[in-house]
Design a protein around this ligand. Sequence first.
Ligand SMILES: C[S@@+](CC[C@H](N)C(=O)[O-])C[C@H]1O[C@@H](n2cnc3c(N)ncnc32)[C@H](O)[C@@H]1O
Length: 353
Amino acid sequence: MIKYLGSKRRLVPVLGELFAGSGARTGLDLFTGTTRVAQEMCRRGMDVTAVDTASYSEVLAQCYVEADADTVDAAEVAGALDRLACLEPVRGYVTEVFCERSRYFQPRNGMRIDAVRQGIDDLYGDSPLRSLLLTSLLRAADAVDSTVGVQMAYLKEWSRRSARELVLRPPVLTPGAGRAVRADAASVVDDLPHVDVAYLDPPYNKHRYFANYHVWETLVRWDRPEPYGVAAKRADCRDAVSRSVFNGRRTMPAALAETVRRVRADTVVLSFSDEGYVALPDLVEMCRARGQDVRTLSFESDRYVGAKIGIHNRAGEKVGSVGRLRNVEHLVLAGDGDRLDAMVARVAALQEA
Ligand SMILES: C[S@@+](CC[C@H](N)C(=O)[O-])C[C@H]1O[C@@H](n2cnc3c(N)ncnc32)[C@H](O)[C@@H]1O
């Protein structure tokens, strides 16, 4: 899966046990990002709706949540990827903006990304395979990028992985046909169907996903925006419309409280980092406002790799000290007390195993 700030890679087994312990058959992943958690819901046999504002998340959700592993023809996917992989490299937008003007990819790979991306529109624009092919390209590009996992900057020296060849691999699909929804969680929350369990993993501080992953946004939209600044970001990164209410220190707590209160689910699982704008007691209060029982679980984990490398100026000199290297991810559960206890017991059993 692509490198992503706040991705719940390590928490997925825990979340899977929580979902199973709740007995849920329907699930909502309201800030789905990479779709990792939604995929786990699918693997647990749930009917899943995945929501995010990002275009790349929508494509990932169309691939991993909407497409059904049991009905997609694997040979057809493999054939399409082979066809795209054979296209003649071209010097297009990616090469010019993300390899020459900035340095996210080595030009050799940038030219292949250009050819494959245009090929997807030309050859598979109306195909049901489109989201699978785009997902394959996103993952292939992520595997040869030259960043520490965010696209606000690229490395001064090429990363070792950027020298590798771009390889298109078939995505590993999940069973069941769910729904991908590209929408603002705060606006859409009342329109979503009632579910057994809703998972909420909102942004927890000022770091905006739209700007941090502008390369993926552009690669999916393929709208060739005017780039600006050293990071060659999309011009619309500066627009108010690309800002999330969940990234504002003043706007986030009320928006989150409202969303938690309104989401239509028997059980809510709310993820939040101890580095976020809202402290654990306030998260508990937000969940209590649903009129349900509440339990909390906390997990310590490594911070993202950029935190370990430290803070550098444009010349690559260290200008700040390395902050703390571990953070705590809180899970606040709201629902029927007996059901929550059964969920927590599954996690305890997992940790003892
Ligand atoms: C912490 S990340 C979620 C990570 C995800 N659970 C994973 O494992 O990949 C937060 C996500 O919220 C999305 N987001 C930001 N503002 C949003 C909004 N107003 N409505 C819906 N999604 C939003 C971001 O695009 C980002 O993908």
